[in-house]
Design a protein around this ligand. Structure first.
Ligand code: NAI
Ligand code: UGA
Length: 448
């Protein structure tokens, strides 16, 4: 099919590259010319594993056409995905302006080119009723005939797993205003035969996306609250507690004597808290939406409250171990909000750095994906090091924030080589404690 994508960010570019690799002819448009130029040169504007290889193939096969010309995109295509950002506003509601302006642009060009039967498919995350209350009235104002289609197809991919999540979706939710849009969207995804296709109205589709992100955020905050309680009694290992919970047959099912570990297992872990461009933004947005509708939300309020507290709890532990943080050399390992990405949006490491600065510690950091020269001058509140070793040299305390594989190599020998009195907080329970002296290794969710 001939399809367009507006917005060449994580979601848009992944959508464009993956669908073009499956044989669709995709024209991708972004406001930012440099992004389009980079993509034309087969380079990704961000890091995402496996995506560059596919980009190379799809540009070479001319199944993916990057353009800065919206007319070209509209002329080439029968429908397009809207994949622009929906960032938080000051009051935590979402800023719908990128969605509205990009759809307005599409509609104006459809009108100019007298193109009918076009289908607009929104992939951006938007709060319930955005389609009905804001987008549809605007579209109706510009397109006076009713031959167009409009639907919401939320995206559930995770950064770092974007290609595999896109290619192997468990569900495809299509919330349409009419049958035409539903039929069109179903045809795009007809080769994804392992996925459950859920067809519904736009409001339900909007809510499904928020329920999804709120649920996984809740599991993380649940795990962190259990950790807070466990830490008050020496010897309780929260990781063991939650591993045992997962064994419950209501969570881990058994099929023909084979235990099937649920995917949610990876969200039942204590740690430094969730970050990224979506969980914090989306939970806050649905809370703001509920509050505007006078709905009480004690559970989701607590999810955010527990999460917001995580960096300060880790810094309190650091202070307890070092007695005072003033002038202490503290190393942060991992700045991205999770491994296998270069995304630092709402990463808990940055809140920890802010707290360390307040306490006048000298902060050094290392992240495998941010160690190049172009990243160096971006940060002023800490020194970004280009190797793990240089970041821990003469350090008084190392705190692990992100589960990068490279950090798995850490052991007592490495700490002894570079630090005078080795001390480490494993903020994710990621390292093998047996590789460290007992008084050196401290992990979240466990008090010795
Ligand atoms: N990042 C993720 O893993 C996921 C994000 N989402 C949602 O998808 C949406 C997009 O997120 P990301 O891809 O992360 O955002 P992003 O910020 O990486 O990309 C957005 C892109 O849209 C472009 N853009 C903005 N206004 C435009 C306009 N008027 N015309 C053309 N291009 C325009 C920007 O230049 C940028 O390249 C958000 O609503 C987000 O909540 C949903 C699932 C996963
Ligand atoms: O709407 C979105 O943008 C996406 O948000 C999340 O995806 P993502 O933010 O890429 O990453 P996750 O792997 O889900 O992790 C989110 C955060 O939770 C943290 N986390 C995860 C698991 C855990 O046990 N503890 C924990 O703190 C991670 O470190 C990370 O900061 C969702 O998982 C996707 O389904 C969704 O499409």
């Amino acid at each position: 099919m001939n399809l367009g994508v507006i917005g060449a960010g994580y979601v848009g570019l992944t959508t464009g590259i993956c669908l073009s690799s499956l044989g669709h002819k995709i024209t991708i448009y972004d406001l930012v010319d440099e992004k389009i130029k980079l993509i034309s040169e087969k380079k990704l504007p961000f890091y995402e594993k496996d995506l560059e290889e596919l980009l190379d193939k799809t540009i070479s096969s001319q199944n993916l056409i990057p353009t800065s010309n919206i007319d070209e995109m509209i002329k080439n295509t029968d429908g397009c995905f809207i994949c622009v950002g929906t960032p938080s506003q000051q009051n935590n509601s979402i800023d719908l302006s990128q969605v509205l302006s990009s759809i307005k642009l599409v509609c104006e060009h459809l009108k100019k080119l007298q193109k009918n039967d076009y289908v607009i498919m929104i992939r951006s995350t938007i709060v319930p009723s955005s389609t009905k209350s804001h987008i549809l009235p605007m579209v109706n104002q510009i397109l006076d005939n009713s031959s167009y289609g409009l639907c919401l197809i939320p995206e559930f991919l995770r950064e770092g797993e974007a290609v595999s999540d896109f290619m192997n979706p468990d569900k495809i939710v299509i919330g349409s205003i009419n049958l035409k849009s539903e039929v069109f969207a179903k045809k795009i995804f007809e080769s994804f035969n392992q996925a459950t296709i859920l067809t519904t109205n736009p409001e339900t589709a909007e809510m499904i996306k928020y329920a999804n992100n709120a649920f996984f955020s809740m599991l993380i905050s649940f795990s962190n609250e259990i950790a807070n309680i466990a830490e008050k009694t020496t010897g309780i290992d929260t990781f063991e507690v939650l591993r045992a919970l997962v064994e419950d047959k209501r969570i881990t099912t058994k099929i023909q004597d084979q235990k099937i570990k649920p995917g949610l297992e990876s969200y039942l872990l204590p740690g430094c808290g969730f970050g990224g461009s979506c969980f914090p933004k989306d939970v806050r947005a649905i809370l703001q939406y509920a509050s505007a509708k006078n709905v009480n939300t004690p559970l989701l309020n607590a999810v955010m409250e527990i999460n917001d507290e995580r960096p300060s709890l880790i810094i309190s532990l650091a202070e307890k171990l070092l007695l005072s943080l003033k002038n202490k050399h503290v190393t942060i390992l991992g700045l991205t909000f999770k491994p296998d990405t270069d995304d630092i949006r709402s990463s808990p490491a940055f809140e920890a750095i802010r707290l360390l600065n307040d306490k006048e510690a000298k902060v050094f950091a290392y992240d495998p994906n941010l160690s190049n020269d172009s990243s160096k001058n971006k940060f002023t509140s800490f020194t970004l090091c280009s190797t793990l070793e240089s970041s821990i040299e003469n350090s008084d305390l190392v705190i692990l924030f992100t589960k990068w594989n490279e950090f798995k190599n850490l052991d007592q020998n490495i700490l002894d080589k570079f630090m005078n009195s080795p001390l480490l907080i494993d903020g994710r329970g990621f390292l093998d404690s047996s590789k460290f002296d007992e008084n050196v290794y401290h992990k979240i969710g466990f008090t010795k």
